[in-house]
Design a protein around this ligand. Structure first.
Ligand code: S3P
Length: 426
């Protein structure tokens, strides 16, 4: 669907369920005793990959759109899949499930699409090997396809070189299958959904400073979880509401966990008119409605400890920076290079094509904002976050913005273009 310049943007929306929480709900439910019920589940391709993997290992999972019921079989209730597990495009599925699979008595193999086969898995192979796991990259290139399982794990302390919730979660999940305490220290804090949720399922798990630790072999018990809206999906509309003329948007029921909500602080730092309303706690996670209105934005620096709290939002933050006066510098974000696409390269290419002054760096980008943008054909590299970020840029660009692929939004936000179209046509 081509995107044209918006004259105004007004309305009230909800966004799909949080991707990180949806994945974890299925995984933790599968290895718990009894029933786990998820409402507000993200019915997107990545979370469907997680469901597919656990069904293949004998777990009965009923899904009706955003309502999911998992009949858990306990910590040792999974059975070997007769086929290679298919993780699709999902890094979260790959890295978290590997922690669980490494602790099983049977051997599993997993693989995904072309993008997943290029993403670094040595970051989980290293700690899992230290735990005594049999795990190997079948092409010996540190990437999927992976084979793992069939050995007894031992508890370790792991000093992670990267701030990554996927690595941290992988090690903690493997720790469920080891005697004693497994712990992980990160250089900078990453999202803490695993810690919050596993505790709710009955695990003995603690967080102190940058270290999370878990006691092995707990009895996990199925839970009822209301999945809040994903701030990473809300981010597109937060930015749209700030950069479009005559905009006033209310985005309801968004997860505002501080380990995820860096975009709110950056929007405020840039002069954005953004307010959190009706703040509350739902299933152990902070939730709010977010109101955004047209704002005069100015550039700022985005660096340091805030980076993991907005890592998935950086493409759309770059779009916001292109619409702000002055310079925005994004630093300490080399992790962008190993996402669904190399997002330093893909953001730079597409923003440049729209007429923005942007320079890529080794760990981020420098954006001199305030130049008029013009429409282009966006090269998405099949990266959902690139497609959606540039749809938002299209709302303020002269002329038409089109896409080499729109379907990739199905990974995290299948109805994105429909929601956007409803707002702009009002
Ligand atoms: C996620 C962690 C982040 C994030 C990803 C989801 C998670 O990845 O980018 O979209 O659910 O744990 P890293 O752990 O690689 O930073």
């Amino acid at each position: 669907m081509p995107i044209n310049k918006a004259k105004s943007l007004k309305g009230e929306i909800t966004v799909p369920g949080d991707k990180s929480i949806s994945h974890r709900g299925v995984m933790f439910g599968a290895i718990s005793d009894g029933i786990t019920e998820l409402t507000g589940f993200l019915d997107g391709a990545d979370c469907r990959s997680t469901i597919g993997c656990f069904r293949a290992m004998g777990i009965d999972i009923k899904q009706d759109a955003d309502h999911v019921i998992i009949h858990g079989k306990g910590l040792n209730g999974l059975s070997a899949s007769s086929e290679m597990l298919d993780v699709g495009n999902s890094g979260t599925t790959t890295r978290l499930i590997s922690g669980i699979l490494a602790g099983q008595s049977f051997i599993s193999t997993l693989n995904g699409d072309e993008s997943i086969q290029k993403r670094p898995m040595d970051r989980i192979i290293t700690p899992l090997s230290q735990m005594g796991a049999h795990i190997r990259s079948l092409r010996e290139n540190g990437c999927a396809p992976l084979e793992m399982g069939g050995t007894q794990l031992k508890a370790i302390h792991y000093d992670s070189p990267v701030a990554s919730a996927q690595v941290k979660s992988c090690v903690l999940l493997a720790g469920l299958y080891a005697d004693g305490i497994t712990s992980v220290t990160e250089p900078v804090a990453s999202r803490n959904h695993t810690e919050l949720m596993l505790s709710g399922f009955g695990a003995d798990i603690k967080s102190e400073g940058l270290t999370a630790s878990i006691v092995g072999r707990p009895n996990l018990v199925g839970q009822k979880i209301e999945v809040p809206g994903d701030i990473s999906s809300a981010a597109y509309f937060i930015v749209a509401g700030l950069i479009c003329p005559n905009a006033d948007l209310l985005i309801k029921n968004v997860n505002t966990n501080p380990t995820r909500a860096g975009i709110i602080k950056i929007a405020k730092d840039m002069g954005g008119n953004i307010e959190l309303l009706n703040e509350r706690v739902v299933s152990g996670e902070p939730v709010a409605d977010i109101q955004v209105r047209t704002s005069e934005l100015h550039g700022c620096e985005v660096s340091g400890e805030i980076i993991p709290t907005l890592i998935d939002e950086l493409p759309v933050i770059a779009v916001m920076a292109a619409c702000a006066s002055g310079t925005t510098t994004i630093k300490d974000a080399a992790e962008l290079k190993v996402k669904e696409s190399d997002r330093i390269a893909t953001v730079t290419e597409n923003l440049s094509n729209m007429g923005c002054d942007i320079t890529p760096t080794d760990d981020g980008m420098i954006i001199n904002g305030g130049k008029e943008l013009h429409g282009t054909t966006v090269n998405t590299y099949l990266d959902h976050r690139i497609a959606m970020s540039f749809a938002i840029a299209g709302l303020v660009a002269n002329g038409e913005t089109t896409f080499d692929n729109e379907a990739c939004c199905c990974i995290s936000y299948p109805d994105f273009f429909k929601t956007l179209n409803n707002l702009t046509n009002k």
